[in-house]
Design a protein around this ligand. Sequence first.
Ligand SMILES: *Cc1c(COP(=O)(O)O)cnc(C)c1O
Length: 429
Amino acid sequence: MNRSKSEELFSRAQTVMPGGVNSPVRAFNAVGGNPLFIQSARGATITDVDGNEFIDYVSSWGPLILGHAHPEIVEAINQQAGLGTSYGAPTKLEITLAEKVTRAFPSMEIVRMVNSGTEAVMSAIRLTRGITDRDKILKFEGCYHGHADSMLVKAGSGLLSLGAPECPGIVADLAEKTLTLPFNDSDSVEKLFADQGTEIACIIVEAIAGNMGVIPPKEGFLQTLRDVTRQSGSLLIFDEVITGFRVALGGAQSLFDIQPDITCLGKIIGGGLPVGAYGGSKKIMDNISPTGSVYQAGTLSGNPLAMAAGNKMLDLLSGNQVYEDLERKSDQLCRGFQENAGQLGITAQFTRVGSMFSMFFTSAEIVDFHSVKTCDTEFFKRYFNAMLEEGIYIAPSQFEAGFMTTVHTEQDIEQTIQANFKALKIAKG
Ligand SMILES: *Cc1c(COP(=O)(O)O)cnc(C)c1O
């Protein structure tokens, strides 16, 4: 496969950008080689600057559940662009998107739009500290909640891929306020809360972990979080930046029937444009400025282009058929992978919730950060590069989810399963 134009652009990129990329997860550090530079994408296909075409399972890391350049979303963006791209004043588009979000998420009566998932989380954390007048927060090892200072403690995603779990530049006094425990470990949560529950402002959790690969919550885990926070006057934040409108219209909270106090959204609700949102009951959200005294603002928040794309995205997702279709296709793909591994005698674990899925090269049962770290990353490296050669674009890390879209065809899936067989065989050596 000729990648000369990508190589050339990567050399040039490195002279003007750190590592040649604007987000570390785009670097191929964990898999060797250099990132592909993308020329265009349509539907389930992504095309690099050398003209190589790939079936894409990265989906811009989750947002593009309807595939690339969906004609109706493109049309909505174009239409709005002609009317102006930002006003710094309210628009109707913000109301209609907030209404769609609150309809899908009954726990969110009031929503504040921001520009990224990071910003949503950062603001939600500040809000819980403001309301409770407590400093400590609890997060789980391997969960990723964006790159706000308080959240870069034992985080997943890029930090996990690059093997750099501790980040310099975070004030130690602040990092100390972020307590961490293993995901899915209800006992240790109960123990911590029995000890210091009344000092903890909030628990933040990915209700389905998606940034150390996909790890579903164990039975009762989320309920434990709900119970201990209620008992101790702490607040529960579900970070549904990936799972919101991905695993179901109402996100993971609708699947598991647990209502958090605050929900963070992003990715899908922007229709592929930069967006984040956080919300909860009116009582909680009334503490945010200008109603309340917890300050949070944004020049481009509720940006009309992003709101137009998000509105169209949520309209297109609101038919139930969408999630049934995604479930069926994702199941077909993952079963194909599983059969391949079985046939080739390769030890792997498979996790999936709806259209987010992972294949872990380990014999350990996947329940938390610790089990994920037992994966054979050298095997993954060979597998990834073989998949790329076969025309399949997956995330360049063992510790990231794969995403199915509505536009992947039967033929795409069949081709991917065949490529997976070849790639597994090559990786096995
Ligand atoms: C992607 C992600 C974020 C951060 O969102 P950005 O838009 O990249 O800032 C936060 N939480 C979760 C669960 C995510 O997957």
